[in-house]
Design a protein around this ligand. Structure first.
Ligand SMILES: [Cu+2]
Length: 759
């Protein structure tokens, strides 16, 4: 099954007959040249313009950018999250989505003009009206208090006390078992992914609560119960909940410190425990910030396509569609089971802009500008553009000459300091890849190019060379990636035809022009290259400003984790299980400080995403992110045997926010930390929390730190395990003789360095 033609022809047999024999005559505006179902370019409507291809057939362009959302008369974007019926690959589903769209509409913020200050206003309405309590390990939960009355338990967020929940509420699932890891799937909020704005409240007040839309306190702590000062818009505040039936007013002040970047950002809900289920429902949309890159010659007149890639789990083992005649209401949501999302045996469907295999049409010589967002909730993907064997991409060739390289010009909403061209590209959840291809002589009349995706979870045995439907423990080789793409899944078709008119742009931009539009990689006078060299030279973990190790547990009952790390953790600690009365923040980040982060993972891959401030990635020689020069990012995959040095600056804005794994099911399980940017000059508590700091006698914290030092110190799995075994020995911090205080030790021994020692 190595032959792509054969494999795809087998999948798409009906389609092969489709276009070549049954296409309507050109000019038949009512004809439907596209096919439906699971093969070839499809999902077309009828009645659109018909384009004649070189083979004489006629096709319709079914690809469209997601609709742009118009602001209202006051310049406010209105987003409403509500049960929404959508058609996914021919099936009716009922999902939580914005404004009836799947995915959500695109927000566009114009370029800054002079010294004008752009304040992006969004009113979020939650039209899910009832609570929907579900556990991450099972289904719906029913909750009653001591009197047998229905109740709502306290949540898990920073504002537990501020809500109407109570603690004597007991919840059981459909089997009568106590609900663990329970969340309200109808609670929401809004995250401006990629924004550099205040993380809590927009400065200056001016927010008036009305129409069920709330404001928040003009201060960093929205949870103190004082509602007299609730006159500020929410910033990029992901710690405030929007309850069922409620709403909130956001304002993202892009120009407060004058350093915001332009590019492709996005928005999605961000409540711990419900982020994955809501985002996977399609509650996500692109947010384009215009700026200097849009003016660069070679970019400005290129054909701009906004491509929101998402992966609903509706295939075998995935979510069941609505029954015939069943209406979509919040009681019939079809995406409502965390287990289905998190399961690695649930294949997911590759879709862009809500469509399966749409068709694009472009004129010869055109420069195409593709702005791709991976809005998927879990899986990684490789993508590439390959020459089709026919106008429907019934098959494609991956041999050199049949591969269309993509010239990347921006990543994660930040223009690259120079372009980077490669035959295929990798995206984790949350990534944005912006690239160009085409031009005079490159796209020719009669060409067909196939956008192909290869995912590990796509379909067992098809895209995974090992047949394993899980993320690999080792990075694949280049040959394995090519094989995956050869056997990959068709995502979209691009036909080149003279009938599409005249190219609007025929030349790619120069690197000089791109560099002039890019944010500087010189931070506080020191080049990124010099900062990365300095970071790489640091060996002792204690000398690293910030260490973050993202992990899922990988020990078994027979071989338990000697340090007792939580499953789904950062530095061995779980977001929910951390005692917030002792550690309100996992770490303090001093205001405006330039910091060196070293981020790593144990088994599995984890895309590291931090809010508010992007980071410079020091280049790595690997198949995932091979860009060979430092560049700005906000989401970056780390996995086994792969540590990355990052340089960031805690710029301009104080307040608390989070970093986490952008595999959203991992985040919901607690692979997340809350950080605080604070100013030591005015806040004497700033610096009380840090990745090496443990409260007195907190043995769990000491063990977590010991495990983290092992994880970040070694270069291989073997070194990690050897190190853990040593500290798990009888006299190690994590061993049988470990202690937090003298009381933990037997007679004649006392607790020193977390170990019971004689004397
Ligand atoms: Cu993860």
């Amino acid at each position: 099954m190595r032959n792509a033609r054969f494999r795809v022809a087998h999948l798409c047999g009906a389609t092969l007959l489709g276009l070549s024999l049954l296409s309507p005559a050109c000019g038949d505006k009512d004809g439907d040249g596209s096919t439906t179902g699971d093969g070839g370019a499809g999902d077309g409507g009828t009645g659109g313009d018909c384009f004649e291809l070189a083979d004489g057939s006629c096709v319709e362009e079914t690809f469209h950018n997601p609709p742009e959302l118009d602001a209202d008369d006051e310049g406010v974007f209105r987003l409403t999250l509500a049960p929404t019926e959508v058609e996914i690959d021919g099936q009716r589903h009922c999902v939580r989505a914005y404004n009836g769209l799947f995915p959500g509409p695109t927000l566009v913020t114009p370029a800054r003009e002079g010294s004008a200050v752009r304040q992006v206003r969004v009113d979020l309405k939650n039209d899910l009206l009832g609570h929907d309590l579900r556990s991450l390990s099972g289904g719906a939960c029913t909750c009653t208090d001591a009197h047998g009355m229905a109740c709502t338990p306290s949540g898990h967020d920073a504002c537990d006390e501020g809500h109407d929940g109570h603690d004597d509420c007991t919840c059981v699932d459909e089997d009568g078992e106590t609900c663990e890891h329970m969340f309200d799937f109808n609670v929401t909020n809004l995250h401006a992914h990629g924004s550099h704005v205040r993380p809590d409240y927009a400065r200056g007040g001016g927010c008036v609560a009305e129409d069920g839309l709330s404001c928040r306190e003009c201060g960093e702590d929205a949870c103190d119960g004082d509602t007299t000062d609730d006159t500020c818009f929410l910033g990029d505040d992901v710690l405030t909940q929007v309850q069922p039936g409620a709403g909130a007013r956001y304002r993202w002040d892009l120009d407060e410190d004058g350093t915001h970047h332009d590019g492709l950002n996005w928005y999605h809900p961000h409540i711990h425990g419900t982020t994955a289920i809501q985002t996977a429902s399609g509650a996500a949309g692109a947010w384009i910030i215009r700026g200097p890159l849009d003016e660069v010659e070679g970019v400005a007149q290129a054909r701009e396509r906004v491509i929101v890639f998402h992966t609903p789990s509706v295939a075998e083992n995935g979510f069941e569609p609505l029954a015939d005649g069943e209406e979509c209401t919040e009681d019939t949501l079809t995406f409502n089971d965390f287990d289905v999302l998190a399961s690695t045996i649930s294949p997911q469907l590759n879709m862009i802009n809500g469509l399966r295999r749409p068709r694009m049409v472009t004129p010869p010589g055109q420069v195409e500008r593709w702005r791709i967002l991976n809005a998927g909730y879990l899986d990684e993907v490789w993508m590439g553009l390959f020459r089709g064997t026919d106008a429907d991409c019934s098959g494609w060739s991956v041999t050199p000459g049949d591969v269309m390289p993509l010239t990347q010009i921006a990543r994660d909403g930040l223009t690259l300091p120079r372009s980077y061209t490669d035959d295929y590209w990798f995206m984790s959840s949350g990534y944005r890849v912006e690239g160009l291809f085409g031009g005079e002589g490159v796209l020719q009349h009669g060409d067909t190019w196939c956008l192909v995706a290869a995912r590990f979870l796509q379909s067992e045995g098809e895209s995974s060379p090992t047949g394993e439907p899980i993320s690999p423990g080792e990075a694949p080789t280049v040959e394995e990636i090519q094989e995956m793409l050869e056997l990959g899944d068709l995502v979209a078709v691009l036909n080149v035809t003279e009938d599409a008119g005249v190219a609007t742009e025929t030349s790619l931009p120069t690197d000089e022009a791109l560099a002039a539009a890019a944010p500087s990689t010189v931070v506080e006078g020191i080049s990124a290259e010099d900062r990365c060299a300095a970071a790489a030279a640091v060996e002792d973990p204690a000398d690293i400003d910030q260490v973050a190790v993202l992990q899922v547990g990988f020990f078994t009952a027979d071989e338990p984790d000697p340090c007792d790390c939580a499953n789904y953790n950062v530095n061995c600690k779980n977001f929910e299980e951390t005692d917030r009365s002792v550690y309100p923040y996992d770490r303090d980040l001093p205001l405006d400080e330039v910091e060196h982060w070293r981020v790593a993972a144990s088994v599995d891959g984890h895309p590291f995403h931090i809010h508010i401030n992007p980071y410079l990635v020091c280049p790595q020689d690997n198949v995932f992110d091979p860009i060979p020069f430092p560049h700005w990012r906000d989401t970056y995959l780390v996995n086994l045997d792969r540590k990355v040095d990052l340089v960031t600056q805690n710029k301009s804005y104080t307040g608390s926010y989070v970093f986490h794994c952008h595999k959203l099911t991992h985040e919901d399980h607690g692979m997340m930390q809350v950080v605080r940017t604070c100013d030591p000059a005015v806040d004497p508590t700033c610096g009380d929390y840090g990745w090496r700091q443990c409260a007195a006698e907190d043995l769990d914290c000491a063990q977590a730190l010991a495990a983290t030092d092992c994880a970040i110190g070694g270069d291989t799995t073997e070194e990690l395990l050897t190190c853990l075994a040593a500290i798990g020995g009888p006299l190690g911090v994590c061993g049988a003789n470990s202690c937090g205080s003298d009381e933990d030790c037997g007679p004649g021994t006392s607790c020193r360095d977390w170990v019971c020692q004689p004397g």
